[in-house]
Ligand binder design. Structure first.
Ligand SMILES: [Zn+2]
Length: 398
């Protein structure tokens, strides 16, 4: 999932994201809550309409961002009081208010409010933090169940057809509605959950409205036993998908992998398993091979803006003088619109001249490289299935 913090993948218009094959992107609740504000987005029909993005969106709970404001926040059982990084104003996030904000934004997948345990932390601290996250997960779910029909979009679905199985079908959506509704439920390949009849829509008596999917988050620090316990108790609360949180917080990469591997064992393979905040191209292949279904990271977009480009021949720092006369494409094995059209010399010139276009083109290529990497992973998984092998044994070439 490319990261579109403020309802924008920095520098890249939505039509190009579509062309690149982005199926889902991530928005940050903390940032959108501060600017332009949840109520503004809700009144405009939710994030999909606001940013003119018909495909799926996931929002985080705001927790991770709030916890990153180390000097600006105070945590209690009730929630977190924090100061805006923009103007210093005081705000409060709780499992209830963070869920309310995410319902108002209207992404397809939303996240339970959790505490991201800092690293390093001792076992007592890791346990206390995990227990708090579990209590907050229950409160997030309860608030979601009570308010899930307040989502701003109108996804009209007929009730699931008993003969055709799980997938709800959309009833008579016109072309415009089709553009902004229902894509997410399809993208996650999950049955659309339907609102109960307690809020019937007079116009379509046989229809209910699809709701968002609230995912739970497993914490437990760097302790295998706590991770297992967190997974089991989060599953007991019950969510349509599970995230592994609290990693990529400064621990060594080998430890990240160890924790991912041991946590995955305890999460149901038939539900989406989402590893938050990773990684390099090599890492995302590695985690997907272990069984991770979803990942998000600012790396491809942020690195691009700093002139760091991922290619099939390794990393390139386009600012280097050695590329000033290089007429070759950035990556000869990349089919993206940047590599098809421009030379390394031109990209280097744009970057050195601080042209806005440098950020745009660099980001388009890096996203293309990441998406190609994941396409290769999916291809390998399909090939593995066709040949009867039970897992992906060979690492696909990015
Ligand atoms: Zn390219």
């Amino acid at each position: 999932m490319p990261v579109g913090t403020l309802a924008s993948v920095k520098g890249v218009p939505q039509d190009i994201l579509e062309e690149l094959g982005v199926q889902i992107l991530l928005g940050n609740t903390y940032h959108l809550y501060l600017r332009p504000g949840v109520e503004q987005v809700r009144k405009l029909g939710g994030l999909h309409r606001f940013m003119a993005w018909p495909r799926a969106i996931l929002t985080d709970s705001g927790g991770f961002q709030v916890f990153s404001l180390t000097d600006l926040r105070k945590i209690t059982e009730e929630g977190v009081t924090f100061r805006s990084h923009l103007d210093g104003s005081s705000h409060f996030f709780s499992p209830e208010s963070a869920t309310e904000a995410q319902i108002g934004l209207g992404a397809d997948i939303i996240m339970a409010f959790d505490e991201c345990t800092e690293y390093p932390a001792d076992r007592e601290r890791m346990r206390a933090s995990m227990e708090l996250t579990l209590r907050w997960a229950e409160r997030s779910k309860k608030y979601f169940e009570d308010h899930k029909c307040d989502v701003p979009w109108t996804k009209k679905h007929v009730a699931p057809d008993a003969s055709s199985g799980v997938h709800a079908k959309r009833a008579d959506a016109n072309e415009h509605d089709r553009g902004y509704a229902g894509e997410g439920a399809r993208a996650t390949q999950e049955p659309a959950e339907l609102c109960s009849a307690r809020q019937p829509r007079a116009a379509v008596s046989t229809s209910s409205e699809a709701t968002q999917a609230l995912f739970g988050i497993v914490q437990g620090g760097m302790d295998h036993q706590l991770r297992r316990e967190s997974a089991e108790r989060t599953i007991a609360i019950g969510f349509p998908g599970y995230a592994i949180g609290g990693l990529s917080v400064g621990e060594p990469r080998a430890l990240t992998r160890e924790i991912v591997e041991s946590t995955l064992e305890h999460l149901p393979a038939e539900q989406p398993r989402y590893l938050m905040g990773v990684g390099t191209p090599e890492e995302i292949v590695e985690y997907a091979t272990l069984g991770i279904d979803m990942m998000d990271c600012v790396l491809p977009t942020r690195a691009a803006r700093h002139g760091l480009l991922f290619t099939s021949e390794g990393k390139i720092s386009i600012k280097q003088a050695r590329y000033a006369g290089d007429a070759a494409p950035l990556d000869p094995n990349c089919a993206c619109r940047v590599c098809q059209r421009y030379s390394r010399a031109y990209l280097r010139h744009l970057y050195a001249s601080n042209e806005v276009l440098a950020q745009v083109l660099n980001t388009v290529h890096n996203l293309s490289f990441y998406l190609d990497t994941m396409r290769a992973v999916r291809h390998s998984i399909l090939l593995g299935k066709e040949t009867g092998s039970s897992c992906v044994r060979s690492r696909p070439k990015p």
